[in-house]
Write a protein that binds this ligand. Structure first.
Ligand code: SF4
Length: 405
């Protein structure tokens, strides 16, 4: 058990048949992952719709199924909410309102293989298509788990050459697949090449390993990552029961080493579509010093209709949370506009009426108030020219991206 504030994070433990040494090694977890229908049936109590999904061989064509022993044990212990994330269902074969192969139109925004450049100041580098667990709601099913494996040396060189020529790119997000399925040496080699590009300010690593294989957060990984600061870890907890003692310790190890961790939750039907679940998740993350960052609408990738919530349902959850969670514990409700429109944030509308002089609000608990605009004309800060050059460079980056697309 691991205690922080009022919360007790329970250890998942290990099966009696496995030694502590094996169980604690992330490489063992990867090697012993459940892959075949027989593996799943031997370790988990499957429901009828899950058994039927495995009986239809095409399930692996829709999206590969795989679980680490750690996450399968967690699913067996928690039951349906996490099973919906990790276990295939026949519902994936049913027609839905919207099922897209590439919901974010990522292929259109890929100037060189494995690199996505949608925004002027950010780029996304897909370093591997492998994950340790294949989440049934995954956005990038057209790429993830398709045996394209890790980025080859010449692909990395092409991506680095492209990024070096894009002076507007300030942040690179390393994603996939899950970058932390790569060994330390490969990961550090990629980071070294990125850090050699002077205009890259921040590197982010998107990973679900703290959730599905917390033993991946080893001392050597953490020490190695520190050398490439500033690095932000973007993780992906969807349910409070995913925060075991093992996961909590892994998260604290990252934060203690000066690596900020942000969480990106996805609204999922039957998993976390209730304000009680979301507040529980966000408060537990916050005591571990993980910032709840996004609450995403689930993207309409193939086989996800039964997992998605409507925008209205998610908005209602956010509205109910408003006023009960601090800004630190609250994440932004965001939609990735299908067909590559980029992200947009949805906030509850508290405006009753507005004109040029004032705005009338009704707050989360019904209290009304008016904000009046000042009477004076705006005065520009006297030193804005100190930063005008870098601002114009960012704007130029956007223009250049528009022309390229
Ligand atoms: S870890 Fe991320 S990339 Fe991998 S299957 Fe899950 S959502 Fe998709």
């Amino acid at each position: 058990m691991h205690k922080r504030g009022p919360f007790h994070f329970q250890s998942l433990g290990r099966p009696e048949t496995t030694t502590l040494e094996e169980w604690s090694q992330w490489q063992w977890q990867m090697r012993r992952s459940l892959r075949s229908a027989e593996d799943f049936k031997s370790k988990l109590t499957l429901k009828e719709d899950q058994t039927q999904a495995f009986e239809r061989n095409e399930i692996q064509k829709i999206f590969r199924a795989q679980l680490t022993p750690y996450y399968s044990r967690l699913i067996e212990s928690v039951g349906p909410p996490l099973a919906k994330i990790g276990l295939p269902s026949v519902a994936e074969f049913q027609p839905g309102a919207q099922q897209m192969l590439d919901p974010l139109a990522e292929k259109r925004n890929s100037p060189v293989p494995r690199l996505l450049h949608r925004y002027s100041d950010r780029a996304l580098l897909l370093v591997t298509d492998m994950c340790s667990v294949y989440c049934r709601y995954c956005t990038r099913k057209h790429f993830t788990g398709q045996d394209q494996l890790s980025l080859k040396e010449h692909e990395l060189d092409l991506a680095i050459e492209y990024l070096a020529g894009q002076k507007g790119v300030r942040e690179v997000l390393i994603s996939g697949g899950d970058p932390l399925t790569l060994g330390d040496e490969i990961l550090f080699r990629i980071l070294r090449k990125l850090r050699a590009i002077e205009h890259i300010e921040v590197i982010r690593i998107g990973t679900r390993m703290p959730v599905v294989c917390p033993m991946r957060i080893t001392d050597s990984l953490v020490q190695g990552l520190r050398e490439f600061q500033p690095i932000f870890l973007m993780t992906h907890f969807n349910h409070p029961k995913e925060i075991t003692a093992e996961a909590a310790i892994a998260l604290e190890k990252l934060v203690d080493a000066g690596l900020p961790v942000f969480n990106q939750m996805v609204f999922l039907n039957g998993v976390n579509n209730h304000p009680a679940i979301v507040q529980a998740l966000n408060r537990r993350l916050l005591v571990l010093r993980v910032k709840p960052y996004y609450m995403f609408q689930c993207d309409p990738s193939q086989g996800t209709d039964h997992l998605r919530t409507s925008v209205e349902e998610s908005e209602q959850i956010v509205r109910e949370l408003w006023g009960h969670l601090s800004g630190l514990a609250m994440a932004s409700h965001s939609v990735d506009i299908p067909n590559g429109g980029g992200k947009t944030t949805l906030v509850p509308n508290f405006i009753v009426r507005r004109d040029a002089a004032e705005i009338q609000f009704r707050g989360w608990d019904g209290v009304e108030g008016i904000y009046k605009n000042p009477l004076h004309a705006p005065e520009l800060p006297s030193d804005f020219t100190d930063y005008e050059g870098e601002w114009k460079q960012l704007q130029r980056g956007k223009e250049e991206r528009r022309k390229e697309i």
